[in-house]
Design a protein around this ligand. Structure first.
Ligand SMILES: Cc1ncc(COP(=O)(O)O)c(C=O)c1O
Length: 420
């Protein structure tokens, strides 16, 4: 076993007069939950807030595996790492260039850290306009940098939920939210955040924060990781980080090449479809299928025992990982073939793609106007989850956000908030 933390936990014999209150008493509580591995930071088990032993070793192995200068474990997902990273690289009032299709955690960081965002609009994806966000072009970033020479930081999401990768050269510090890209080579950035649980064999909430290069003040970053993480980290989750790293050290080459071969075969198979269209993004581990109506496609798949990641507008998204078996991929291909053979469903309302709207007030200082919301300044986020990209953020003028039923939901949400 290449997981010293797990081995140490399994050897643990001491009588626990410490937290947690379940006292690892599986005789009393049963073994359905991992009580036996769930300890707190006791002697010999290191301390996530100041790692110097087993946990430091795990972080060092993660840095070596991904090729960063240093790595930090997060048991608060990419969310905690994003909050810590943005706060470590900025001061209140700083101007920050932010891809408009960032995840809500980035917007929460802007709000908490009192930052002034300048939004970078993603390019459209040719042939998928109005459905998906494309990459942030180098020219978009260069233009924003020229107009805002005082920018302290740039934040991008790459890959996106659907697998679109942005590759930019950025002269100011860059944080890349690669929550969906832990299986990809490390992008060129000062900080890279990746969820282990999204694409790799790891438990939910596990993530890594990588530091590359000299522009990040490590002690400030470590301080902020302490701010945004619990002081009682779950050793079940930390064990899972260690296990994931051990598995990659041992099997990455074989598992990833098998995965790639299965995906290549799947993409070749999908070329036969008559009606369905498969997006071919840079990261092909994400299968984004234009089925004419995403909700209809998701219901069709669900009826065949397949649960997709999400349905939005015309598309349904299916996420793969190295843990998918050949049988699982065959089952998916068969179900999508059957869907392809169906007559076209009623077309879906357009996906809730970002409206271009001015943002005259910074998120942290947004004001609440009373009464109707259209044309007013929003005081609250309007999310669709997934993907968790805010349609509207505090401080932004509320335009005709999305059509049809969704619009009513959006307006209702805003009005409820305004009446509060
Ligand atoms: C692009 C992106 N960044 C960050 C996050 C947050 O990740 P986590 O759930 O690991 O906190 C998500 C979650 O879906 C995401 O889609």
């Amino acid at each position: 076993m290449n997981n010293e933390l797990l081995a140490a936990l399994q050897r643990l014999q001491s009588t626990p007069f410490h937290m947690p209150g379940h006292k690892r008493n599986t005789a009393l509580l049963g073994g359905a939950l991992p009580y036996a591995l769930d300890i707190t930071e006791i002697e010999d088990f290191d301390n996530l807030q100041h790692p110097a032993g087993l946990l430091q070793d795990i972080a060092g192995r993660a840095a070596a595996l991904w090729g960063s200068d240093a790595a930090y474990c997060s048991v608060n997902g990419s969310t905690g790492a994003i909050l810590a990273g943005i706060r470590a690289l900025t001061c209140p009032g700083d101007t920050v260039l932010v891809a408009r299709n960032c995840h809500m955690s980035v917007f929460h960081a802007l709000e908490l850290c009192r930052l002034r965002p300048v939004f970078l609009e993603p390019d459209p994806v040719p042939g998928w306009e109005g459905e998906l966000h494309g990459a942030i072009a180098q020219s978009t970033l260069d233009k924003a940098l020229q107009a805002h020479r005082n920018a302290a930081l740039c934040v991008l999401t790459s890959p996106t939920y659907e697998g679109v990768v942005s590759r930019v050269h950025c002269p100011v510090p860059l944080l890349v939210d690669a929550a969906h890209g832990a299986h990809l080579p490390l992008p060129q950035a000062d900080l890279v955040v990746m969820s282990l649980h999204k694409t790799l064999p790891a438990l939910t909430q596990t993530a890594l924060l990588h530091v590359c290069g000299p522009r990040v003040n490590r002690s400030l970053l470590e301080h902020n990781l302490r701010v945004f993480q619990t002081s009682s980290p779950s050793y079940v989750l930390l064990c899972s980080v260690a296990e994931c790293i051990g598995l990659l050290e041992q099997h990455k080459i074989a598992w990833f090449s098998q995965w790639q071969a299965r995906l290549d075969a799947f993409f070749a198979h999908a070329a036969r479809w008559r009606r369905l269209r498969l997006l071919a993004p840079d990261d092909r581990s994400k299968l984004c299928v234009d089925a004419g109506n995403g909700a209809h496609a998701a219901a069709f798949l669900r009826a065949r025992g397949i649960e997709p990641e999400y349905a939005r507008g015309r598309c349904v998204l299916l996420l793969t990982s190295p843990c998918d078996t050949e049988a699982m991929m065959a089952c998916l291909a068969e179900a999508l073939d059957a869907l392809d053979a169906q007559p076209a469903p009623p077309p879906a309302a357009p996906a809730a793609i970002l409206p271009a709207a001015p943002c005259p007030v910074t998120p942290a200082f947004a004001l609440l106007p009373p009464a109707a919301c259209l044309g007013r300044v929003a005081a609250e986020y309007l999310w669709q989850y997934p993907p968790g990209i805010p349609l509207c953020i505090p401080g932004q003028v509320i335009t005709q956000v999305i059509a049809g039923r969704d619009q009513i939901a959006v307006q209702t949400a805003v009005e409820e908030f305004l009446n509060f």
